[in-house]
Design a protein around this ligand. Structure first.
Ligand code: PMP
Length: 439
């Protein structure tokens, strides 16, 4: 094995052999139900014939042609189809190779827009604590996970972080959801005013927080207030839908359910549905037009952007999602998954909260349900749960986050949209026995 140190030192990872629908199968023949779609990637399962055929057909024509010389039919058709389904006002697409790249493009586009619209003083980014936006330096600077940022702090651009909208831990005793949402949204206005609005470029947030909190949607009204604040101060709203987008929450873009449209939105993961590495940054015509009228071009590029084979895969994925009713299926099956999880765990002494939307669900693990006290970090409950579930043939995505400085453990479920009722039961049953084994 000549790989650089694996992400889980000491962990022995089996060699994957093949995929069949919602299952991955290792070389020993053991089957794993992929209940997290890797990390919310595999929205179509592991053997979708339409996507595989589209990739093969594109390879037979041409695998790649550099965007400095050519565009390609799949890239153009993908961009058109994305725009046809995008939130109001979004009408341009930049195709890249993943989520972090999409975030880098978003930050650079925002800065270029400010320069070319005569606002050179605007460069500051405000984001939220306990967020994840990727591992490259711009995306890492934006993310609010203190542990991930710490080793690289001297390399990170200045970003300030406000509270996430996390009702389970943030809402005060007796406070309504609505009052809580407005209270935390107003932290943005306070922060913009503290920094000076003429210096603030963008606010960045995940509509449904994925990896760091475990499928936490904002309460109703939060994002509408955020949108108003951004508009009032001329700050761009960048939504990171890398994990929660592409139908995962039951609408193609998660922000549809919050009743707002962003200025810039990023997607990846489900866009390639695991068949190809591909991501996208989408922006409004207003941003595009300012740059078109100014320097004329976005000062950004990667060798593999607009990759024709990746675009052909993504076009086939998006066609499956929109034409074959798979987004509606994610919504419907998400309700069944939620019902099954509630039936199994609503009274469980170590499950504090069950949350999420569509096929994007999270369970927060607590030592004590009444006080919501998290487990001690050194117990590494999330890692034990992951190992017990994997042993039982279930892939789920447990994480230890930070809750007010203390560790909080959660498990994220994001299964393929093609799952059946029998898979829902299998997920719940295996999770139940894994919890018993791990706690
Ligand atoms: N944003 C969010 C919300 C993510 O969940 C991730 C990946 N987990 C990223 C950005 C980065 O994407 P990638 O790993 O494809 O670079």
């Amino acid at each position: 094995m000549s790989h650089l140190i694996p992400r889980a030192p000491g962990a022995v990872r089996p060699m994957v052999d093949r995929g069949e629908g919602v299952y991955l199968i290792d070389q020993s023949g053991k089957r794993y139900l992929d209940a997290s779609g890797g990390a919310a990637v595999s929205c179509l399962g592991h053997s979708d014939p339409a996507v595989i055929a589209a990739i093969k057909a594109q390879l037979d024509r041409v695998a790649f042609a550099h965007t400095g010389f050519f565009t390609s039919e799949p890239a153009e058709r993908l961009a058109d189809l994305l725009i046809a389904h995008a939130p109001a006002g979004i009408d341009r697409v930049c195709l890249v190779s993943g989520g972090s790249e999409a975030m880098e493009a978003a930050l650079k586009l925002a800065r270029q827009y400010m320069l070319e619209s005569g606002q050179p003083g605007r460069h500051r980014v405000i984001a939220r604590r306990q967020s994840y936006h990727g591992t490259t330096l711009g995306a890492l600077a934006t993310g609010g996970n203190a542990g991930r940022r710490a080793p690289f702090a001297p390399l990170l651009a200045e970003t300030t972080h406000i509270a996430p909208c996390y009702a389970y831990r943030g809402r005060a005793e007796g406070e309504s959801d609505e009052a809580y949402g407005l209270r935390v949204a107003d932290e943005l206005e306070t922060e913009i005013e503290r920094l000076g609005p003429e210096t603030v470029m963008a606010f960045v947030a995940e509509p449904v927080v994925g990896a760091t909190l475990g499928a936490v949607p904002a309460v109703s009204g939060y994002f509408r207030r955020i949108r108003e604040i951004c508009d009032r101060h001329g700050v761009l709203l960048i939504l990171d839908e890398v994990m929660c987008g592409m139908g995962r929450t039951g609408t193609l873009f998660a922000c549809e359910q919050d009743g707002i449209a962003p200025d810039i939105v990023t997607i990846a993961k489900g866009l390639g549905a695991d068949y190809q590495p591909v991501g996208a940054m989408l922006c409004t015509g207003r941003i595009h037009d300012a740059i078109a009228a100014g320097s004329g071009a976005f000062q950004h590029g990667h060798t593999y952007m607009g990759h024709p084979t990746a675009a052909a895969a993504a076009l086939a994925v998006l066609t499956r999602l929109t034409r074959d009713g798979l987004v509606a299926r994610a919504r419907r099956m998400g309700e069944r998954l939620e019902a099954s999880l509630r039936a199994a765990f609503a009274e469980h002494s170590h499950i504090g909260d069950i949350r999420g939307r569509g096929l994007f669900r999270g369970l927060e693990l607590v030592e004590d349900r009444a006080s919501r006290r998290p487990f001690a970090p050194d117990l590494r409950v999330h890692a034990r749960l992951k190992a017990a579930a994997f042993e039982a043939g279930l892939i789920c995505y447990p994480m230890g986050g930070t809750v007010d400085g203390r560790a909080g453990d959660h498990v994220l479920l994001a299964p393929p949209f093609i799952l059946e009722d029998s898979h829902v039961s299998e997920i719940t049953d295996k999770l139940k026995s894994a919890l018993t084994a791990a706690l």
